[in-house]
Design a protein around this ligand. Structure first.
Ligand code: SAM
Length: 265
């Protein structure tokens, strides 16, 4: 399928307005690949006609699907293990009392990050005394996170002990998949939230995972996101970014303590 420059620009502008992410011209082929299926579902073999329907036709429900398709959702359990080691150390030093330990997975994608944190907290704190909130721009990803059913492959970094304790192995039609156990899911809540817009009232957090999402933004938008996220970190709490992301030059007021780990002092 082909996509005219005009249609690409229209999609890129709408996507940028909603997500804050710029689609550079080099992404045109990727956009074609991702929108083809959606156009087919609407019985259209012409991508320009599909873009007209969504953008000119102001079809909001279809636009949500386009945004879902254009976000990059790659994730897996216990990705970037240094953060989990740091978190485990933090929990070891934690004094009793002081309320629930709260963690926010701020671009949670399909939920593997939030459930990895949950496994660690359940192991180190116990069944109660902690909460996790996962948020993502993509409603499809929020739905997937709530389902908590994953290809086994995504758990390649998960210890066999955690797999056994916190996950169910699929059989029959679910062969090759795992389901996160209900008891673990009970303390993990997912909701849709756009980091480029005022955030829902989700309280404050001891640790915020803001990983592998800033990479898609220009410096101004990155700074804006960090400005919005920062008040939700408890004083003395931490912000984790992806290891390929940097907050240097952003003047955030956060203190770098280790690679991709920042403290709110
Ligand atoms: C590559 S995934 C990162 C998942 C996980 N944090 C990790 O490190 O494995 C990036 C996620 O950011 C989400 N995202 C992109 N723009 C966003 C925005 N403006 N607000 C909230 N989430 C956004 C995407 O939907 C996607 O699920």
């Amino acid at each position: 399928m082909k996509l005219s420059q005009q249609s690409f620009d229209a999609v890129a502008a709408a996507f940028h307005q909603i997500s804050g992410i710029k689609l550079v011209p080099a992404k045109r082929q990727l956009v074609i690949g991702r929108l083809q299926k959606l156009a087919g579902e609407r019985g259209l073999s012409d991508l320009d006609a599909y873009v007209d329907l969504v953008i000119k036709g102001k079809d909001q429900a279809e636009l949500v699907k386009v945004v879902d398709r254009l976000t990059t959702n790659e994730t897996y359990f216990f990705r970037e293990p240094q953060h989990f080691e740091f978190l485990a150390d933090l929990l070891r030093q934690r004094r009793p009392g002081g309320g629930d330990f709260r963690v926010w997975s701020a671009a949670s994608s399909s939920g593997e990050e939030a459930y990895s944190i949950a496994m660690l907290l359940a192991d180190k704190i116990g069944a109660r005394g902690w909460q996790i909130v996962g948020t993502d721009l993509s409603t499809a990803m929020v739905d997937a996170a709530r389902r908590a059913l994953y290809p086994m492959e995504r758990a390649r970094n998960t210890s066999p002990a955690y797999l056994k304790r916190f996950c169910l192995k699929g059989n029959g039609p679910y062969d090759g998949q795992l389901l996160v156990k209900k008891e673990l899911r009970a303390n993990v809540q997912f909701m849709q939230a756009n980091l480029m817009q005022p955030l829902p009232d989700i309280g404050m957090f001891d640790v915020v995972f803001l990983r592998n999402v800033l990479i898609y933004f220009e410096s101004d938008a990155k700074a804006e996101i960090v400005r919005r996220v920062m008040p939700l970190i408890k004083p003395g709490g931490y912000l984790f970014t992806g290891h390929s992301e940097s907050l240097s030059n952003l003047n955030t007021g956060l203190v770098a303590v280790k690679p991709a780990i920042y403290a709110r002092v």
